[in-house]
Design a protein around this ligand. Structure first.
Ligand SMILES: C[S@@+](CC[C@H](N)C(=O)[O-])C[C@H]1O[C@@H](n2cnc3c(N)ncnc32)[C@H](O)[C@@H]1O
Length: 193
């Protein structure tokens, strides 16, 4: 699978429920500053911009970045900072009230994940909503070494500065956007502080 194929397949998908659910947890006194990690073709970043957020979007694929840029009004453009980088090479991030990443963190290489996590952790604002997916150890792409997995206990440890953590877990055979079916073990996590 190439990311280009993936972007073409999903470019008209609706805004992800994970993001809509995360936005319900944001309180009025939080600055509207968001980060999206692995923004792909930018559907969810665009939604945040439409909702009045300033967004830092991190993505390694220039095609995804171009697809996002092509949809921006000048005003949206002025509220967006695009960081073209691999997670493995990211040195810092700004502070944000909303840190969001759908189906992307598991693609950071396992040996680079602890340093990447330090960078993510440093971006959490004092009041913050963090919404993301992790893959669990039973996921086919974790088992074959393509992705980095985490157990629920590891996730809880990483998120110990968040008093509230909402977890949902999928474990099922299911479709991929561009290849054969696989076993998905996915955590949907929304952490709030
Ligand atoms: C499964 S896609 C999800 C895209 C988007 N978040 C969505 O929900 O449609 C994973 C995204 O992470 C990006 N990605 C994969 N590995 C990456 C890495 N090592 N560093 C930065 N981005 C990466 C891909 O280019 C892709 O945009």
């Amino acid at each position: 699978m190439s990311w280009s194929e993936y972007f073409e397949k999903i470019k008209n998908r609706p805004v992800r429920k994970l993001l809509l659910n995360a936005l319900r947890e944001v309180s009025e006194d939080m600055p509207k500053t968001a980060i999206e990690l692995g923004s792909g073709p930018g559907i969810d970043t665009l939604h945040l911009l439409n909702e009045g957020w300033s967004v830092t979007a991190v993505e390694k694929e220039s095609q995804g970045i171009q697809m996002l840029k092509a949809q921006l009004s000048p005003e949206q453009n002025s509220k967006l900072d695009i960081v073209e980088s691999e997670f493995e090479n990211l040195i810092n991030l700004p502070k944000a009230s909303l840190v969001y990443s759908a189906l992307s963190l598991p693609f950071c290489k396992a040996d680079a994940f602890p340093q990447f996590w330090k960078v993510i952790d440093s971006s959490f604002g004092e009041k913050c909503v963090f919404a993301t997916n992790f893959f669990g150890p039973e996921d086919d792409w974790v088992k074959n070494g393509m992705c980095t997995g985490h157990t629920k206990e590891q996730i809880r440890e990483m998120l110990k500065s968040f008093p509230t953590i909402k977890f949902a877990e999928d474990k099922e055979m299911g479709k991929t956007a561009t290849g054969p079916d696989k076993f998905w073990h996915v955590y949907h996590v929304i952490a709030i502080r």
